[in-house]
Ligand binder design. Structure first.
Ligand SMILES: C[S@@+](CC[C@H](N)C(=O)[O-])C[C@H]1O[C@@H](n2cnc3c(N)ncnc32)[C@H](O)[C@@H]1O
Length: 392
């Protein structure tokens, strides 16, 4: 993948920050006999305490940051999602919301305000966030934009033992560290990270264990081996993660929104260099070894893997669709009119926001929504217009 535009230079403070994190990764490589897996590198680059991209103080979201997520683009997104949550909470009779990876806190504030307008406030709004820095930011956003609901909001250090309600996670699956692999002489190589010529670099070794099994299982399912030189990603952590969420959910729905594809499309021959996506100041590229700790690193989501883990945990797939169809099923068009009337906002800018969320060339098709359910048998409005679950 080409760089979308040349990356801007780093300030002295940014360079120093990045060098400290690279030194820590280098030490880990040395301790690991010259090699660490890509998932371990990605984990350190994003979450190393005090230095990783999500753990340290980079702006991250919005115009002044590195990328823009749907709730940052427009409150329309969170309002539609809140409508879906309100329907589920009514079906259950009561319940709470659990947001995983709440970013700046914008979605939490907008959802709480909309749920109040719908007379469907949850018992509690729980947030599970791995980044201490983002927790502080979420607290400030909720205090500024949804102060009257602040007493309902609670930050968790771990999943609750029992939870009834709706779990939502926007752009969290793509931030779970992935393994990378490459096909060489018909064998599967693990693409890991080494230290060479004074910098981080790719290094290959024969894949073993879980990674080897996962790649061979994908080939078997696709009905043919990957071609020579084919490289891609496999997320080995997503299965235990979904299983732990499933264990916590006694009744309710989980909604995952992210860029991704069903497995058959994910591992198409033409996607031969994988799906790794790095963001730095609104430039995107696929080199994870630049601006380490200062740029986001993500990988497209294999939604079939998520659905499989869910079914193994006795959850039902409640629906799978594009972000555009999900938002349209929840009445984004009606929201558009109401927002204009309610807040007298500039109609052109709010219409533009709706287009960014729904147009196929923007977020509309690249982003998908997967719904998983336990004990909720009523159809979900977000999947009513178009359900692609059969493609998983
Ligand atoms: C790309 S950001 C998305 C933020 C927000 N949901 C949004 O849409 O703007 C990824 C978020 O997931 C969080 N995260 C990643 N892995 C997580 C995990 N295992 N548990 C909880 N939060 C996690 C990160 O700290 C960050 O807040």
């Amino acid at each position: 993948m080409a760089v979308s535009a040349p990356l801007p230079p780093l300030s002295a403070a940014e360079s120093e920050h990045s060098e400290r994190l690279v030194a820590r990764i280098h030490a880990e490589i040395e301790a690991g006999e010259g090699w660490i897996s890509f998932a371990r590198f990605m984990e350190m680059a994003l979450y190393e305490p005090g230095l990783g991209y999500y753990s340290a103080g980079a702006t991250k979201f919005g115009a002044a940051g590195d990328f823009v997520t749907a709730p940052e683009i427009s409150p329309l997104f969170s309002r539609c999602l809140a409508r879906q949550c309100a329907d589920v909470l009514r079906t259950l009779g009561s319940g709470s919301l659990l947001e995983v990876g709440a970013g700046s806190g914008t979605m939490a504030a907008d959802m709480l305000n909309e749920l109040e307008a719908l007379d469907a406030l949850p018992d509690r709004y729980l947030i599970l966030e791995v980044s201490a820095e983002l927790r502080e930011r979420q607290l400030a956003t909720i205090a500024a934009s949804a102060a009257r609901h602040a007493r309902r909001v609670e930050w968790l250090d771990a999943l609750p033992r029992k939870f009834s309600g709706v779990i939502v996670a926007n752009e969290v699956l793509d931030a779970i560290p992935v393994e990378r692999f490459s096909i060489r002489s018909s064998a599967v190589n693990a693409l890991g990270v080494t230290w060479q010529l004074n910098r981080l670099d790719w290094s290959e070794t024969r894949a073993q264990g879980e990674l080897l099994q996962a790649v061979r299982a994908i080939e078997e399912e696709l009905g043919s081996p990957f071609p020579e030189g084919y490289s891609s990603e496999v997320n080995l952590r997503v299965r235990p993660w979904i299983k732990s969420l499933a264990r916590a959910l006694s009744a309710g729905v989980m909604l995952f929104i992210d860029y991704g594809l069903p497995r058959r499309q994910y591992y198409r021959p033409e996607r031969a260099a994988g799906t790794l996506l790095c963001h730095f100041r609104h430039r995107y590229h696929d080199d994870p070894f630049v601006a380490v700790g200062l740029q986001d690193i993500g990988a497209w989501v294999d939604f079939t893997a998520v659905a499989e883990a869910a079914v193994e945990s006795r959850l039902e797939v409640a629906g799978f669709t594009t972000q555009a169809h999900f938002l349209m099923g929840l009445g984004i068009d009606r929201q558009l009119v109401q927002v204009g009337e309610r807040e007298l906002v500039d109609r052109i800018s709010i219409a533009r926001q709706a287009m960014l969320l729904t147009l196929p060339g923007e977020m509309g098709e690249r982003f998908k929504v997967l719904g998983l359910a336990r004990g909720v048998n009523t159809p979900l409005a977000g999947f009513a217009l178009r359900d692609l679950a059969a493609s998983l």
